[in-house]
Design a protein around this ligand. Structure first.
Ligand code: DAH
Length: 339
């Protein structure tokens, strides 16, 4: 029985050829596996004469032990080599330049909205958000703008049905608040509004911020004092405001509010078209009829309201000349508003 010597040589030779532990495992299975050559020898036991069996069995077992020893020492060597190779491959070059992570930033409209909320909540205003789909009553009628009122033409409305529309102004929120809450009221109502209007300074969807203060003894002076504070915080420490007479159905008197031009300090430049002033919002004393519509006694209480376009404030503050830039989502534009 020279087979064991031959097998030992054959297996050793093949094992030494193995390039990695996987290949070595395959060689090992070829000889020592369940269908391997050494295992096959053991199966032949029955063909062997009974008296030769013990000797035969011992030789095969010796062979198996030797092979196992060889395989495991080779395996150890290969595994060590593989580990070294893996570790070498994972070496970190600390001198390599880092990969730059791209971080997002808040949209300028969101930034201005947050700034306005911060600013006004510092003065005691609470935020109330009304629905974007509004009824004709809240958006117009209760705001002293009944169906045949010419002021309805001031805003091109998207009607959804005879009764419902996409709100054209956050002023609708004033009614919702006054219906539920008795004075003193001091609320801020930010949100999206919609109008069929489209050019460099108008977009069919834009954002407004509404403010409403109702209490005993509220006057136009309170409004102007608050607006001065707003202009200083939003634009510049030296900003001033001026009120110009205007008309809104829901306020009486109504005013349009200009802020001194922060770009030229009021001297006159291309931004303010040489006037030194920029129009930023509409405001006024809440019309008695509006208070009555909400069950608030106009002889006991008075109030002021204001509404501003957030895009407009953002455009003035950051010198943006086309409202479309705010909805195009061009990263090169948006990137400029990182802190
Ligand atoms: N709702 C008006 C608009 O969209 C803005 C406005 C004017 C709101 C005067 C007010 C206000 O609360 O008092 O043009």
């Amino acid at each position: 029985m020279e087979q064991d010597i031959e097998l030992l040589q054959e297996a050793t030779a093949e094992a030494e050829q193995a390039q990695d532990s996987r290949a070595l495992y395959e060689v090992k299975m070829k000889f020592l596996g369940r269908t391997g050559k050494v295992t096959a020898l053991l199966r032949r036991m029955k063909e062997i004469a009974a008296e030769e069996r013990p000797a035969f069995g011992k030789r095969v077992n010796d062979l198996r032990e030797k092979l196992e020893e060889r395989f495991s020492s080779l395996e150890e060597k290969l595994k060590k080599r593989e580990l070294e190779k893996k570790l070498a491959g994972e070496e970190i070059d600390v001198t390599m330049p880092g990969r730059r992570g791209r971080t997002g930033a808040l949209h300028p409209v969101t930034r201005v909205k947050n700034q306005l909320i911060d600013l006004f909540s510092g003065m005691g205003f609470e935020v109330f958000e009304g629905p974007e789909i509004e009824s004709d009553y809240y958006n117009f009628t209760a705001l002293n703008t009944p169906a045949d009122h010419p002021a309805r033409d001031m805003q091109d409305t998207f009607y959804l049905s005879g009764e419902f529309l996409l709100r054209t102004q956050t002023s609708a929120g004033q009614i919702r608040v006054m219906e539920k809450k008795k004075p003193p009221i001091k609320i801020l109502s930010p949100g999206r509004v919609f109008r069929s209007d489209d050019d460099a300074t108008h977009s069919p969807m834009f954002h407004q911020m509404e403010g409403l203060v109702v209490d005993r003894g509220i006057t136009l002076c309170d409004l102007q004092g608050m607006l001065d504070e707003f202009a200083k915080k939003m634009f510049s420490e030296t900003s001033k405001t001026r009120l110009r007479p205007s008309y809104f159905p829901f306020t009486e008197p109504s005013v349009e509010v200009d802020v001194s031009c922060a770009a030229c300090g009021g001297k006159g430049c291309s931004l303010c078209k040489g006037t030194g002033w920029i129009e930023v919002l509409g405001a006024g004393m809440v019309n008695r009829r509006v208070l009555e519509n909400c069950g608030v006694d106009p002889d006991e209480f008075s109030g002021f309201a204001f509404g501003m376009g957030i895009e407009r404030i953002a455009m003035l503050k950051y010198g943006i000349n086309n409202i479309k830039l705010l909805t195009e989502n061009d990263v090169r534009f948006l990137e400029q508003f990182k802190d």
